[in-house]
Ligand binder design. Sequence first.
Ligand code: G3P
Length: 217
Amino acid sequence: MKFFIDTANLDQIKDAQELGVLDGVTTNPSLMAKEGITGRNNILKHYVDICNIVDGDVSAEVIATDLQGMIKEGEALADLHEQIVVKVPMIRDGVKALKYFADKGIRTNCTLVFSPGQALLAAKAGATYVSPFIGRLDDISTDGLNLISEIRHIYDNYGYETEILAASIRHTMHIIDCAKLGADVMTGPLSAIEGLLKHPLTDIGLEKFLADYNKGN
Ligand code: G3P
């Protein structure tokens, strides 16, 4: 399973990179705004800064919602750095843009996916990644994990190579459940990744090992 971090915060990206388990970064306009990164030039520079920290794919989102606009923006984003993956929303022109980018060899992440049908369309259009937002489904009393399971089933039926990028991960159990269901990638906050580390028996066991070692010294 690939681990992506879902943030535009450079300190958190550095922390995750230093942990040695980071495979990429996802961002979106809201995450950029949260870090106070606004204006096209600042945002583009920030993408390059992120690429220079992480060894892996960095999703950069188009803002346009029409085909020509998405193509223009997506090509400019892809030209920024070889690690950039163009993030395209699941809308009608987005599907056309996914196909256009696939034909041109530009890698894509289809975002804002909330149904198996949308995921099927993204794969048909040649998306590199599809991003089902599981936390936001949970927020409205719909089982986000079930969507991961349905997409896995559909993709396996036909051998689609589009990678399932479980997004809107909110906590550590989401990561474990997505791993059980066969999501190819998860993207979430650093806190959710760090939660994987924790077990009280590890702490108790280590404390005892060290105490016993120190008895003889
Ligand atoms: O990767 C998608 C993500 O940024 C959305 O997360 O927590 O805002 O639903 P959230």
